[in-house]
Design a protein around this ligand. Structure first.
Ligand SMILES: Nc1ncnc2c1ncn2[C@@H]1O[C@H](COP(=O)(O)OP(=O)(O)OP(=O)(O)O)[C@@H](O)[C@H]1O
Ligand SMILES: [Mg+2]
Length: 308
């Protein structure tokens, strides 16, 4: 079993419209609603590879129910913690004049007793999992060090923890030393306090993070690819060139692919190629975290590795 945690899931609504005019009535041509949030995306990819997954996090209201129904429909187990507030809806408006307008809700306020309930659910939810994946940021009133506590709890029970977060949530938890961390360049800058312009900068910062006792550091660099560091190896994998349709969820695809590779006992070079191939494949589909399996094999074969 693999446990995923999404503290701030969202329903992603995509509207298309001819144009959007502020202060006027705007008619929408089409609507597409999907369950989103980084850990939900990881869950989606893991289910496509057929792994049993249990999804945890905060949900509330009708939107929460929509997300739970979706997660069940893809065959994942749900152990969400229900809160009084309402799960957020993020609106993306694509207008024909080329503008993309986003309206992002903050998410529900989490009360102290709801946070306590989540920690209880987490304890239960990880019991039979060997891998625990913590993704994304958190809603209001969740302490910045939430992942620090969750990582220690899971590690105490012998679980491997994968962390993919940003800003304060990442910075406050890194000293708990997860098994794997996947910052992008911006997140690595925040973590290391250094500007990253060249590959050497990224390697230096990743070594500094890994040196604290994290087994695997993966730095994602968008279309450029992925840098991988452990205590013996430094490898860079260039991403294959693809016609990118939607790169949202590429980071989540790397995280899910890492978990698959770990389950399959892949060596580090194979693992790195797999993560880059799967995330490049994600970029070719319109819906986030949908991996076209037929293209993935071919993309994995195209990945070139440079050792430093
Ligand atoms: N245009 C692209 N073409 C090929 N591969 C890509 C492209 N964009 C991203 N990838 C692959 O996906 C990986 C993760 O992407 P990225 O660095 O954008 O993650 P991220 O910033 O964490 O994204 P998010 O948090 O939105 O999922 C990259 O390391 C790369 O291997
Ligand atoms: Mg990311």
């Amino acid at each position: 079993m693999i446990t995923t945690v999404t503290l701030n899931p969202a329903e992603d609504k995509t509207f298309t419209a001819a144009r959007l005019i502020l202060g006027q009535v705007n008619r929408i041509d089409s609507v597409k609603n999907i369950a989103g949030g980084k850990g939900i995306n990881v869950t989606k990819v893991l289910r496509q590879y057929g792994y049993p997954v249990r999804a945890l996090g905060f949900l509330g209201g009708y939107t929460g129910k929509f997300i739970e129904d979706y997660v069940k429909s893809i065959g994942a187990e749900c152990l969400f913690t229900y809160v009084d507030g309402e799960t957020r809806v993020n609106i993306n408006i694509l207008s024909q004049d080329g503008y993309v307008t986003e309206l992002l809700e903050p998410g529900p306020d989490i009360r102290e007793k709801e946070l306590d309930a989540f920690f209880e659910d987490f304890n239960k939810g990880i019991a039979d999992s060997d891998l625990v994946i913590l993704s994304g940021s958190a809603p209001e009133h969740v302490p910045a060090a939430v992942y620090y506590d969750l990582i220690l709890q899971a590690k105490n029970k012998g679980k491997k923890v994968i962390l993919d977060s940003s800003g304060i949530y990442l910075k406050e938890s890194i000293n708990a030393c997860p098994y794997m961390v996947k910052p992008n360049i911006r997140e690595l800058e925040v973590l290391s306090g250094r500007r990253i312009k060249r590959m050497e900068d990224a390697i230096g910062a990743a070594l500094q993070i890994g040196g604290r006792g994290i087994n695997h550091v993966m730095v994602s660099m968008g279309a450029k690819g992925l840098l991988y560091i452990n205590d013996r190896e430094i490898m860079y994998a260039k991403a294959p060139e693809v016609k990118a349709v939607n790169t949202v969820g590429c980071g989540d695809s790397v995280v899910a692919a890492f978990a698959v590779a770990e389950k399959q006992g892949m060596g580090n070079e194979e693992l790195l190629k797999f993560c880059v191939g799967v995330s490049a494949a994600n970029a070719t589909t319109l819906e986030s975290a949908v991996i076209p399996m037929d293209k993935t094999e071919e993309l994995i074969e195209q990945v070139k590795i440079i050792r430093y």
